[in-house]
Design a protein around this ligand. Structure first.
Ligand SMILES: NC(=O)c1ccc[n+]([C@@H]2O[C@H](COP(=O)([O-])OP(=O)(O)OC[C@H]3O[C@@H](n4cnc5c(N)ncnc54)[C@H](O)[C@@H]3O)[C@@H](O)[C@H]2O)c1
Length: 283
């Protein structure tokens, strides 16, 4: 099944990237927001991202115009009615995601595939509120979507092979490398990533090494683009804590116990780059 029209719920950081990449690769796209102001902000960010691509010589002006003409912004979910695939990229809140899936299930054609970009919630939980759990899966993109090469598809115990195959074909057509993960806490990437981050936080908290030595050691010793504490500041400490807590809540695995310092830093509002202070100072 080849998709023609893609729906994206939410025009935030991830939704706008998914909309941009889909339009750039030839799909018609409809992207929704909760109000006009946020929609305008999201669409302006897409414009800006494409303008940057033109500036860098990665895209022609004609291709930029063609891409933009393929994206329709809306505040009306009814616009998803003729989409072949909808990717939900609203905030990470299970109650909200369930509500969105109930609406999508009612609005979209019976053959449409519904997916969520969740980082750590159970995909089965949102599939279960629909009458088409065989047509629901996770489409976990990485930030920034136009740059990051990976798409992690998440197959639940009810996702059909046909649904997975269609999503695989779509993901590859976006130019992504696609992997298939089980619907288990953390999927593949966060299951490997979070214990690594927890260990780095614990090393820093217990004074094993300075933040600079932890970062330099991992960066140069493992050839990573940056060290874990720098990366934590970039991702946002609140986001990391949320994911670690969510995986722990489902698994009770001690590898996913958030260090006390991380929790205190989040409470203090030291969330990383976005608040000007995290493991490092950005003011
Ligand atoms: N930021 C990341 O690095 C990242 C990476 C992978 C996955 N994710 C996941 O992607 C999802 C989105 O994250 P984000 O970083 O883009 O968040 P964000 O806060 O930047 O964007 C979410 C947007 O969804 C909108 N929204 C909320 N309810 C809506 C509704 N009912 N209809 C339409 N729009 C609605 C919000 O107004 C907001 O603009 C989350 O589930 C998150 O866990 C995030």
């Amino acid at each position: 099944m080849a998709f023609k029209k893609i729906g994206v719920v939410g025009c935030g950081l991830m939704g706008r990237g998914i909309a941009e990449v889909s339009a750039k690769t030839g799909y018609d796209v409809v992207v929704s927001e909760i109000n006009r102001e946020l929609l305008d902000k999201g669409m302006a960010a897409i414009n800006q991202s494409l303008a940057k691509a033109v500036e860098k010589g990665k895209m022609t002006e004609a291709d930029r115009d063609k891409t933009l003409s393929k994206i329709k912004g809306t505040v009306d979910m009814q616009e998803f009615k003729d989409c072949d695939l909808v990717v939900e990229a609203a905030i990470e809140n299970l109650g909200l995601k369930k509500k969105i899936f109930i609406d999508l299930d009612r609005i979209c054609a019976p053959g449409a595939i519904l997916s969520t970009n969740t980082s750590c919630l159970s995909v089965m939980d949102v599939a279960a509120v629909t009458k088409r759990p065989d047509k629901v899966l996770g489409c976990h993109f990485f930030n920034p979507v136009p740059v990051m090469k990976l798409l992690e598809l998440v197959k639940t115990i009810t996702t059909s092979q046909e649904t997975l195959d269609a999503a695989l074909e779509w993901g590859k057509s976006l130019g992504k490398t696609v992997i298939v993960a089980p619907d288990r806490p953390g999927f593949i990437v966060n299951r490997a990533f979070m214990p690594y981050m927890v260990e780095a936080f614990e090393m820093y908290e217990s004074g094993v090494a300075s933040r600079e030595d932890i970062d330099t050691g991992v960066q140069l010793g493992l050839n990573h683009p940056m060290g874990p504490l720098t990366l934590a500041d970039m991702v946002g400490l609140d986001t990391l804590l949320f994911v670690i807590d969510a995986i722990y809540a489902e698994t009770k695995n001690p590898k996913f116990v958030a260090p006390v310092l991380l929790r205190k830093m989040v409470t203090a509002g030291h969330l990383g780059r976005k608040t000007g202070k995290g493991f490092y100072d950005y003011k």
